[in-house]
Write a protein that binds this ligand. Structure first.
Ligand SMILES: [Zn+2]
Length: 308
């Protein structure tokens, strides 16, 4: 049975894992003093809205379903259905604001065409971006959101999809990457993926940003991906404080991001380095791709014809 596992990660911060489905996709709820943001909408599991409301009743004394639309919003990180499924339907049905990059609308247009007026589309200008020197240039308007005790900065990172978005919460030193850099598995073979040359630049900028932040604060930014952590916590490149109290590895390390960059470079140098393999996945049956892996990023899928 497909169900949702809810975990409180720390005060005002929750994770919802879709369990028992084709993959273990994650959504996150971050609660400021004024309102809360759900990052992504899971896929096949029902009840994300109900799980969120359980939390909201504990977080906000004045929470009622009547003021839900003022208290609860959703951001879809990219246009893949496993992040924009049942939970997104429930949030739209409930009248919540749902944000999505306009660049990824086409991927979801068929499914959500009747709901289009309810979706808030984020344009390039609204989203922030990293410069070569790792500066975060903030976006305008809706791309910068104030939730009370926390602010949320939406950052564009094209690659996995043209409209892939990251969510940066400076007050928590926390970055949500969804599928933009994968989580042990990285899919860059899909027709909608951007060329690896462009992606490489994006990953490099992200890494410089992360290193700058570490130099400034003394600790690694906490990076939460869009799927169940598939990285082996073997002590090498995995710091003690990346492990939760229950021993679960919840976040990606800088070491992982470096492997993403290194493999992106290696594949472009030699698109034949990977092994051919077949992907069987709902909607993607019998697709042949190349895959190469290192230790943390063990399954980097790409299309060799589009690798240069
Ligand atoms: Zn995806």
């Amino acid at each position: 049975m497909i169900r949702i596992l809810t975990k409180k990660l720390k005060d005002h911060f929750y994770r919802f894992e879709e369990y028992g489905g084709p993959n273990q996709v994650h959504a996150y709820l971050i609660c400021g003093t004024e309102k809360a943001l759900m990052i992504d909408g899971l896929w096949l599991a029902e009840g994300l809205l109900a799980e969120a409301e359980k939390v909201l009743r504990t977080e906000y004394e004045d929470y009622t379903p009547q003021n839900r639309a003022k208290k609860l919003e959703m951001l879809i990180t990219h246009g893949h259905e496993d992040h924009a499924g049942k939970g997104m339907e429930e949030f739209l049905e409930a009248g919540c604001v749902v944000y999505l990059s306009e660049k990824d609308w086409l991927m979801l247009a068929e499914k959500y065409k009747d709901r289009k007026p309810q979706i808030t589309f984020l344009t390039e200008k609204m989203c922030g971006g990293f410069t070569d020197s790792g500066q975060l240039v903030p976006g305008q308007e809706d791309g910068r959101m104030d939730f009370g005790s926390i602010t949320v900065q939406i950052v564009k990172m094209p690659g996995h999809t043209p409209g892939s978005l990251l969510v940066w919460v400076p007050e928590w030193n926390t970055l949500f990457t969804s599928d933009a850099i994968g989580a042990g598995v990285l899919w860059m073979q899909l027709p909608e993926c951007r060329p690896l040359s462009e992606y490489e630049m994006q990953v490099r900028r992200l890494l410089v940003f992360l290193e700058n932040e570490k130099a400034r604060t003394g600790i690694e930014v906490k990076i939460y991906p869009g799927h169940a952590q598939q990285i082996v916590a073997d002590g090498n490149g995995v710091s003690e404080d990346s492990l939760a109290e229950d021993g679960e590895q919840e976040i990606l390390t800088y070491h992982y991001v470096r492997e993403v960059l290194e493999l992106t470079e290696k594949i472009q140098d030699n698109p034949q380095i990977g092994q051919t393999k077949q992907i069987d996945y709902p909607g993607l049956e019998h697709v042949r791709v190349r895959s190469v892996g290192e230790r943390l990023l063990y399954d980097y899928c790409y299309d060799e014809d589009r690798a240069r």
